[in-house]
Design a protein around this ligand. Structure first.
Ligand code: PLP
Length: 456
C-alpha cells in the first residue's frame, strides 16, 4: 500500500462515520476505497477491477463514465451553479425536468416536487398526505401503512415506514401512526399448498382487516415498492397489486408507489408501476433519475391532491415546506440529460433485450445447494440463501451466510450486496451487455460453491 493510500485508511478509520457498517469492526479492517469507474466496472485503490453488480446503490443506470452527464453538469455549473424553487422562483432545468417527469409518469400526475434523496421524497409524500387530509377536514385520517421488509429510507418518518428491525431498533422508530402489513414473499410466507394467487388474496384480505380494525377514517395511505429492494429483493405475485388496490379504493386510502429503485427502466418498463399495473396517487423517485451522478429525488402528486394543496397554501399563505437544494439546477440538468439519454438510446428496449438472459442465468442459480429461491424481473434479481433447500431452513444469522457469498463474489471481482433475511441483491447498470451479464453470473457461479464450502 502506498503512503497516500495508508493515510487515507487511517483518516477514514479516525473520522468517517460509515452508514450501514459495523463501526467496531471498521476500526479493525478499515475501508474498501473505490478509486475510479468506467462502464459497468469500478476499480479499488489497489487497482483491482470489479463488475458493479449493484450499480453502486441501485442507481448508476448509465454506468460510471457517461460523458454526456459530466458535460451537462459542467455546462450548468458554468451558467448558473445555484438557484432555488422557493417563492415563485425557478431555473430552466428544474422546470423542464418537472415537465418531463409528468410526461412519463406511470399515471396521470399534476406536479413534481424536487428533493435530494429517496428518503426526503418519502418524507415529503407523507407531509403532503397529511396536509391533504387536513385540507379535506379529515383530521383523523393520517395513518400510513407499509409492508414488513419494505425499505423507504432512513429519515425519521421514512425510517418509520422502513419496516426492517436493524433500521428501527434503538432508533426509537417507528413513529406513531405508522403501520406495517405483510411481505408479499410467497417463497417465505406462503402457506403449504397455497398458490401465489391465493397468497395474494390472503394478503389483500389481511390488509382489508387491518384497515377495518384501525378504522378506515384513520388510514391515509399505503406505500409500496413495486419490487422490494433493500429488504430482500422480493417480487410480488402477479395479482398482488390489483388485489391490494381494490382494497385501498374501497377504503379511500391513497396509493404511494415508491419507485426509488424500480423507476426508469429497472423492471423492463419505465416504472415498476407499469410492470405491476399500479395506479398511484403519489410517486416517489430518485437514484436512476440522475443515474446516481448527482443527488436528486422527486415526489409526483395527482391532480386531486394538488388541488387541495393549492387551496391549503392559499389558506396558510404558502405551501410551507421546502429544501434549499430541492430543484438545484445542476442535479436537475444532469437528470434532464439522463432522461434524454434514456429516450434517445431507448433504454427500455435495451433492458428488454438483455433481461431474458439475465433472468435465465439468475434462475439457473436456483439449482445450487445454497440457493432457496432465485427471483427477479427485468434487470433486478435476488437470491435467498438457505442451509437446507427442502425445509427452507436458514443459517444461524451469526454465520452471515449471504455476506459469505458476497465476499466470495468480491474475491472474484463482482460487487453484489447482502440484504436482510440472508438475501442477495443483483442490480447492474442498465447498460450491461449480454457478454457482461454472462461474466457477472460466471463469477457468482464460482462464488457459490466456495461459500458453501466455507459454511459447511
Ligand atoms: C425504495 C426506496 N425508497 C427510498 C429509499 C431511500 O433513498 P435515499 O437512500 O436516497 O434516501 C431507497 C434507498 O435505497 C429505496 O430503495
Amino acid at each position: 500500500m502506498t503512503h497516500a493510500a495508508a493515510d487515507l485508511v487511517r483518516q477514514d478509520i479516525a473520522f468517517n462515520l460509515h452508514p450501514y457498517t459495523n463501526l467496531a469492526l471498521h476500526e479493525e479492517r478499515g475501508p474498501m476505497v473505490i478509486a475510479r469507474g468506467e462502464g459497468i466496472y469500478v476499480w479499488d485503490d489497489a487497482g483491482n477491477k470489479y463488475i458493479e453488480g449493484l450499480a453502486g446503490l441501485w442507481c448508476v443506470s448509465l454506468g460510471f463514465s457517461e460523458e454526456r452527464l459530466r458535460r451537462a453538469a459542467q455546462r450548468q455549473l458554468d451558467t448558473l451553479p445555484f438557484a432555488h424553487n422557493f417563492a415563485h422562483r425557478t431555473s430552466a432545468p428544474a422546470t423542464q425536468l418537472a415537465a418531463r417527469l409528468i410526461e412519463v409518469a406511470p399515471a396521470p400526475m399534476a406536479k413534481a416536487y424536487f428533493v435530494n434523496s429517496g428518503s426526503e421524497a418519502v418524507d415529503t409524500a407523507i407531509k403532503i398526505i397529511w396536509y391533504y387530509n387536513n385540507g379535506l377536514g379529515r383530521a383523523q385520517k393520517k395513518k400510513i401503512i407499509s409492508r414488513k421488509r419494505g425499505y423507504h429510507g432512513v429519515t425519521v418518518a421514512a425510517g418509520s415506514l422502513t419496516a426492517i428491525p436493524l433500521m428501527q431498533n434503538d432508533f426509537d422508530l417507528p413513529l406513531p401512526r405508522m403501520l406495517h402489513t405483510d411481505t408479499p414473499c410467497h417463497y417465505r410466507n406462503g402457506l403449504d399448498g397455497e398458490s401465489e394467487e391465493q397468497f395474494a388474496a390472503r394478503l389483500a384480505q389481511n390488509l382489508d382487516d387491518l384497515i377495518t380494525r384501525e378504522g378506515a377514517d384513520t388510514v391515509a395511505a399505503f406505500i409500496a415498492e413495486p419490487v422490494m429492494g433493500a429488504g430482500g429483493l422480493i417480487v410480488p405475485p402477479a395479482t398482488y397489486f390489483a388485489r391490494v388496490q381494490e382494497v385501498l379504493r374501497r377504503h379511500d386510502v391513497l396509493m404511494v408507489a415508491d419507485e426509488v429503485i424500480c423507476g426508469f427502466g429497472r423492471t423492463g418498463n419505465w416504472w415498476g408501476s407499469d410492470t405491476y399495473n399500479i395506479t398511484p396517487d403519489l410517486v416517489t423517485c430518485a437514484k436512476q433519475l440522475s443515474s446516481g451522478y448527482l443527488p436528486i429525488g422527486a415526489v409526483m402528486v395527482s391532480r386531486p391532491l394538488y388541488e387541495t394543496l393549492a387551496l391549503q397554501s392559499k389558506k396558510h399563505g404558502a405551501f410551507g415546506t421546502g429544501n434549499t437544494y430541492g430543484g438545484h439546477p445542476v442535479p436537475a440538468a444532469v437528470a434532464l440529460e439522463t432522461l434524454e439519454i434514456y429516450r434517445e438510446r431507448d433504454i427500455i428496449s435495451q433492458v428488454r433485450k438483455v433481461a431474458p438472459l439475465f433472468q435465465r442465468r439468475l434462475a439457473a442459480l436456483a439449482g445450487h445447494a445454497l440457493v432457496g429461491e432465485a427471483r427477479g424481473v427485468g434487470l433486478i434479481g435476488g437470491l435467498e440463501i438457505v442451509a437446507d433447500k427442502e425445509s427452507k431452513q436458514q443459517f444461524d444469522p451469526a454465520r452471515k451466510a449471504a455476506l459469505t457469498v458476497t465476499e466470495r463474489a468480491l474475491a472474484h471481482g463482482l460487487i453484489i450486496r447482502p440484504l436482510p433475511g440472508d438475501c442477495i441483491g443483483i442490480c447492474p447498470p442498465l447498460v450491461i451487455s449480454e457478454a457482461q451479464i454472462n461474466a457477472l453470473f460466471d463469477k457468482l457461479e464460482q462464488a457459490l460453491p466456495e461459500a458453501a464450502a466455507a459454511l459447511a
